[in-house]
Design a protein around this ligand. Sequence first.
Ligand code: NDP
Length: 598
Amino acid sequence: MADADPSLDSEALHRKYLEERDKRLKVAGRSKYFALEGSLAERFDKDIWAPGDGTRDPVVREFEAVVVGGGFGGMLAAGNLRKHGIAAEDMCIVERGADFGGTWYWNRYPGLSCDTEAYCYLPLLEETGYVPKEKYAKGPELFEHSQRLGRHYGLYDKALFQTRVIDGVWDEETLRWIVTTDRGDELRARFLLVCAGATNRPKLPGIPGVEEFAGHSFHSMRWDYGYTGGGPEGNLTGLADKRVGIIGTGCTAIQCVPPVGASAKELFVFQRTPSPVNERANRPTDPEWAASLQPGWQLVRMENFLNVISGVPEPVDLVNDGWTRSLKGARGVFTADKSKMKSKQQLDADDFAHMERVRARVDSIVTNPATADALKPWYGVLCKRPTFHDEYLQTFNRTNVTLVDTQGAGVERITPRGVIAGGKEYPLDCIIYSTGFDVSSGLAAGLGFVPKGVGGLTLLDRLAREFSTLHGMLISGFPNMFTIGFSQGTLATTRTYDLTVQGEHAAKIIEYCRARGIERMEVRPEGEAAWQAEMADKRVDHQGYFEECTPGLLNLEGRGGQVYDFYYGAGPVAYRRQIEGWFANRLEQDLVFGPPEG
Ligand code: NDP
């Protein structure tokens, strides 16, 4: 962020932000979503990428480790297990999709790209010797990298794809997890690693009439190239004679609107809240720069990026992109040292100045003044995930593209002919729901099963009774189980950083147990209590800030609260230091080994 602009009327901006938020709050009831079950699941949640139905004989076997989830979380956990002594044939990844990749397996929409820098985001670049093609990797390259990791660590052979875990039960007699699946498998595991990810299911808005539409419709997470033609690079020839509607203007829509706009006869983009669209400036990787990198460079770069965007002083901004320019100097959502935070006035002034530049960018690109006005975000920099694109705003200058701004109200109804918004019907051939991922249906929906620990206690009941973990990874009553990417852990903008750090931590604890012949390991309640105290101590209170934001994921859809309360407030880099320090100094104090006491 550059310095604040003294000419800005911060009182007026503040009032405007509250007015815009209140428009959304008035129609808060319309934030509902349909559960993807029955015919809706068949239509919107089916695995359209799988080559066949995955029929195979059930596997009945014992493994050292069973990993639930084959996205980057599961792969990094499994890769770390390999590095820490478990052979590929002694572990099994169970994955719903027909390949590894998770997010990058399911999402294949045109224009798909990772909005954080590839040199930070793509994990294990040094180990695999891979150099990303561009500063920001596109979908196919991301998916290919997950396949590369699968090959590198020899994970394909024992992986069970197109398979859902339906139960995981701790057996105190044999000290094993018994994992059963919808393919009839019975896997006995000494260690269970739950890495199911939080964004693995499409979210369908609860707009009345979704099932009545007589044209074609699909969710952006299951892009139907059979209908649109073309591929991830665009050239969607099947849309040349079609009137298409895209519902939603979040991170996904920002990326898929340009290729659809370039291909469709007509495109209508239905907007409830505009996203902030910053400059992207992608560029090919400079081979000389890549060759000059020294061993250990990737961790240094990742942590430099995370520090810069959290306001932790760094002598140089290595990534130097839209993220770091947007968030440098902003209220760090995570703050390693609360005493060094800037004053509220200074933070507000920086925030207003940055968002003014985002709004000015809209004016400098979009030629129709009414459309430009509607595309301007009126909220603070931390209220919504920033987006980065150099063609999205430009797409609204096309004569075949119309922005339908619903003034915070959202789409009212789907009819057999099309979409009703603002009381007007828009007849369409195709509706694309770019309405995000289901992160709010709860743990069971996200995992697909509910682990049952000591005495058959379900994880849901345990967490309802007491929501406490150690590092977001170990839960008392659930021996030999690790949760990765879960609450009370860490949340980095470069999510693969968290998954690498947690995967390694789990693998080190498992290695420790195996080296000593320890069959059963469980966290003591005192260990969890110490982590709860540390979480409370490091919590950064942004409550007032998020209350003034337009409803969204980060302020729990305006219900009060902040999503960051579920994660370690000192930030991801401090989290890594914490768990490494714990491993060196407190492991034996906080874990209990051997059969249950008493
Ligand atoms: P989002 O949840 O960000 O956006 C959903 C969109 O649907 C919003 O614009 C929302 O409006 C809109 N919407 C919901 N209901 C209605 C309705 N009834 N009428 C009109 N509009 C409606 O989903 P995305 O798929 O865009 O992104 C999900 C997450 O995926 C992101 O938060 C990000 O973490 C991740 N992502 C990451 C990328 C990366 O590069 N790393 C790329 C793409 C996605 P409103 O804003 O008003 O709620």
